[in-house]
Design a protein around this ligand. Structure first.
Ligand code: UD1
Ligand code: UDP
Length: 381
């Protein structure tokens, strides 16, 4: 029998971190030819992940331009995908999450009548503009997909409520599979500055911020709140690997640079980032991925957004929504820094997002779909 040609498509840093372990799992299956097409919606931040996982894509659309708009990303991906699909002739295309690459990848697959598997399916805020444009991207992909790999029960419930009842699997999130390979107790950082941080003497707060709906006033508020927290707490050091988006960099330069005890550094390779997270005191972020990783590592998270599509860790008590108002962020941050009881209540490791076997379940589900294996059991948290 011919091998199944399964093509994974991704383009940004978080998709890469969550898809590389899956590409490798698929490659380990004798029934599958694992193909990889990157759009390079992110260039440097994508390449950094490919290097960590030692993965060489079969196709690279190389679409990124500075300050790209949503329309340019989508149209360039769509056109590039035409060529990739015609060349690589996949039996199924896998897309991940909710980026413009995800949406364009699924749409291109549909235009070619190629089946679509959606990894990290069923996340919702029910607010069309937040996160923007991700909430609509994932809804549109849900309309196209054939198989839905939901990280949690709650994600499957969301799809059932929308009338999607076929092809649903609960797999856990592949990010936990990734963490299992990157986090090491004896890890030595390649970034020398990270080896020198005073992990035992000070409270290291790991910060990231990049969301489009936070551009403008919310991002200014976030930066000013971080500055105030650093100024008012001498026992704190903020470590902030700054996203390469020029919009984000401008906000950082204007409102945060120069504050005491703030380390503004370049984006970190995924293994460096995960090990820094494992050693930090707490996390402040608007990232989706960090909300999943930090709880698994026992680190409290303050989310710099008004909503989240990841309510599981909020329910488990390790993540809190801090919003985008300066005073609110400062109040919540200060409490976690100064009140040991508040901190202890949030700092326990929980794993609502997976057990590290999501990739195995997804590969099994794909083989089952094509009549080449047993149906996998759903992941139970
Ligand atoms: C994208 C995703 C978002 C995801 C985020 C992860 C969309 C619409 N947004 O947002 O869902 O959370 O990635 O980080 O798909 N840049 C570089 N080099 C890089 C990466 C980015 O220079 O390696 C700069 C470029 O100027 C680029 C800009 O950052 O134009 C913005 O990148 P883009 O992918 O458009 O948006 P993100 O905010 O990164
Ligand atoms: N990350 C990284 N280096 C950094 C910042 C983040 O490797 O300097 C990782 C992080 O650990 C997580 C992923 O990138 O796995 C999250 O990506 P991002 O915050 O860009 O996007 P989101 O998850 O919000 O879509």
């Amino acid at each position: 029998m011919d091998k199944l040609r399964i093509m994974s498509v991704f383009g940004t840093r978080p998709e890469a971190i969550k898809m590389c372990p899956l590409v490798q799992e698929l490659a380990s299956r004798p029934e599958i030819e694992s193909l990889c097409c990157v759009t390079a919606q992110h260039r440097q931040m994508l390449d950094s992940v490919l290097e960590v996982f030692d993965l060489k894509p079969d196709y690279d659309l190389d679409i990124m331009t500075p300050r790209q708009t949503l329309s340019t990303i989508t149209s360039k991906c769509l056109l590039g995908m035409d060529e990739a699909i015609e060349t690589l002739k996949p039996d199924m295309i896998l897309v991940h999450g909710d980026t413009s690459t995800t949406f364009a990848g699924a749409l291109a697959a549909f235009y070619h009548q190629v089946k679509v598997g959606h990894v990290e399916a069923g996340l919702r805020t029910y607010d069309k503009y937040s996160p923007f444009p991700e909430e609509m991207n994932r809804k549109m992909v849900s309309a196209i997909a054939d198989l839905y790999f939901c990280p949690t029960v709650n994600n499957r419930e969301n799809l059932l409520k929308e009338g999607i009842t076929e092809g649903l699997f609960i797999t856990g999130n592949t990010v936990i599979d990734a963490l299992k390979t990157t986090v090491r107790k004896d890890y030595v950082f390649a970034t020398e500055e990270l080896n020198r941080l005073p992990y035992d003497e000070k409270k290291i707060i790991l910060v990231t911020c990049h969301r489009r709906e936070n551009y403008g006033e919310p991002m200014k508020n976030i930066m000013l709140a971080l500055r105030q927290i650093a100024e008012e707490n001498p026992d704190v050091e903020l470590v902030y690997p700054v996203h390469l988006s020029p919009v984000v960099r401008e906000a950082v330069d204007q409102y945060l640079r120069g504050a005491p005890r703030v380390h503004l550094i370049d984006p970190l390779p995924a293994d460096e980032m995960h090990n820094l997270m494992a050693r930090c005191y707490m996390v402040m972020t608007d990232s989706g991925g960090l909300q999943e990783e930090a709880p698994a590592l026992g680190k409290p998270v303050l989310v710099l957004r008004r909503e989240t599509e990841r309510p599981e860790a909020v329910a488990a008590g390790t993540v809190k929504l801090a919003g985008v108002v300066q005073d609110d962020i400062v109040t919540m941050g200060t409490r976690l820094i100064r009140d040991p009881e508040s901190y202890a209540r949030m700092a326990h490791a929980v794993n609502p997002y997976g057990d590290g076997n999501a990739c195995r379940r997804i590969a099994d589900a794909i083989l089952w779909h094509f009549g080449r294996g047993e149906k996998p059991k759903d992941y139970q948290a």
